[in-house]
Each structure stands twice: as C-alpha cells, then as structure tokens.
Design a protein around this ligand. Structure first.
Ligand code: SF4
Ligand code: SF4
Length: 241
C-alpha cells in the first residue's frame, strides 16, 4: 500500500537468513524483490506493508485479501496507519488539505484519509515497527511455516529498557519518553542511545496507562504532549490515552 517500503527493505536486509527464507518459501508476488510477479494467484500468506491512502490502495488490498488465506500487516503504517494518518484528514477537510498542499491540481488526486489495514479488511496478524525488526520478521515467518501464530511481546519498551539497565530519561531527566506506552520489540533502541522513545512501534496492550500518565504528571509533562507524540505513529486512541 502507501508507505516508504522500509519494511520490504528490512526483509531483503535479512542477509544471514535470506537463502534459508528463499528456500523455505515460494515467493510469488514481491515487487521490490522480483520483476516477474504473479498478481492474481492464490496466496497462503500475504505480507502487506503501508497504509491505505488511496482508492487504488483499497481496491488492491481487497484483492489481496481475497487471494490470501492469511493476511499479515507489516509495519506501523499497516498496523496503525502510521505517519500518514496524522494528517488530520480523518476529522479535517481533506479537500482543503489537498488544495493547500498541491494547489488547484490537488482536487483531482486519488487521495483518501490514511487507514490501517484492519480498518478495511480482516487482518490475521500484525508485525509492528517503523520499520519492523528483522528478528520479529524471521520469527513470524518461522511460526507461520510451522503452522503457529506469531507471538510478540505486548509489554512496553520500558521493560526492555530496564533489562538493558539504561538510565531512565523520563525519571532522571524529565524527558517526554513514550516507552511506558509503546510496545516492545526494538530492545529499547532509542533510550539505549540516550534518545527518548517517540512511540514508533505503536501502543502496548500491556501498558499500565494510569500509572504512566501519573508518572508523566509528576514530571510536569502535560497529557497532551504525550498524546501528540504518540499520534505521530498511531493516530488512533492509545490504550486508555
Ligand atoms: S528511558 Fe523511556 S523507555 Fe527507558 S525506562 Fe525510561 S521511560 Fe521507559
Ligand atoms: S525506542 Fe521507541 S522510537 Fe525507538 S525504535 Fe523503539 S519504539 Fe521506536
């Protein structure tokens, strides 16, 4: 769908596993990897990247859903709508937005408010991340090849951050770190580099939202600052936020 193709790039960058992956899978339709694709054949699994941002995307996604036994949303855009969905187009005036951005030609563009895949079709599994993590992609493939559902942590980034024994940017420096509300899986990459988490993986199901908001409040961080930051990647309401 519409996205930056970063997740496809991560798939192709799985250098150490790529030969095994190609041997295990019969890849039929992967534009970034092959020029000879079958766009009509039935599929056991469809890995779909990007958000639905055009009528063409919507038609294409519906066709993929019809073809595939399992559909996996790959990347934060596909799972949550991602960066494209913070455009305000949901509640705002799309025609005005297009006119302001593209001028008089904007009205003719095939452009709809960004939607996550699950807002359009049934999604069987999600692999979140902006972009996804190689390890989670390989793990998901292994699970699917063995007939199992992919399993990923639902706890927040803070858990991984504590396991790495990082100094907490929120508690010690009062920074707006979205780790308490963001789903783990990146091994707390940003806080480990002294950079506050911006929530690129989307909300964590197991987040203790009440406690996290209280902690932000104690640090003098307004709730709106947290919500605005989280909505950069996941514009839908976060867990209890
Ligand atoms: S730095 Fe951020 S991710 Fe790490 S423990 Fe503190 S709030 Fe959580
Ligand atoms: S720490 Fe936060 S912003 Fe950084 S990769 Fe992980 S989820 Fe994304």
């Amino acid at each position: 769908m519409t996205g930056c193709a970063g997740d496809q790039l991560v798939m192709l960058n799985c250098e150490d596993q790529l030969l095994d992956v190609v041997a295990a899978l019969d890849i039929r339709d992967f534009l970034m990897a092959s020029s000879g694709n079958d766009e009509e054949c039935p599929l056991d699994v469809a890995l779909v990247e990007g958000a639905v941002l055009t009528r063409r995307d919507e038609e294409k996604l519906n066709r993929v859903r019809e073809r595939a036994k399992l559909l996996v949303a790959v990347g934060t855009c596909a799972v949550w709508g991602g960066v494209a969905a913070m455009d305000g187009g949901r509640d705002g005036d799309r025609a005005r937005l297009l006119a302001e951005t593209y001028g008089p030609t904007g009205a003719a563009y095939d452009s709809t408010p960004a939607r996550a895949l699950h807002e359009v079709v049934k999604v069987d599994f999600n692999i979140s991340g902006c972009p996804i993590e190689k390890e989670q992609f390989i793990s998901a493939l292994s699970h699917l090849l063995n007939g199992n559902a992919p399993l990923f942590p639902q706890y927040p980034v803070c858990t991984e951050c504590k396991m790495r024994e990082n100094n907490c940017l929120l508690i010690e420096k009062g920074e707006v770190c979205c780790g308490p509300l963001t789903v783990a899986g990146c091994n707390a990459r940003c806080p480990a580099l002294n950079i506050a988490c911006v929530g690129c993986r989307g909300p964590a199901d197991d987040a203790n939202t009440t406690s996290a908001l209280a902690m932000f409040g104690e640090k003098g961080i307004p709730r709106d600052d947290i919500v605005r930051k989280l909505r950069t990647f996941a514009p839908m309401e976060g867990p209890g936020v």
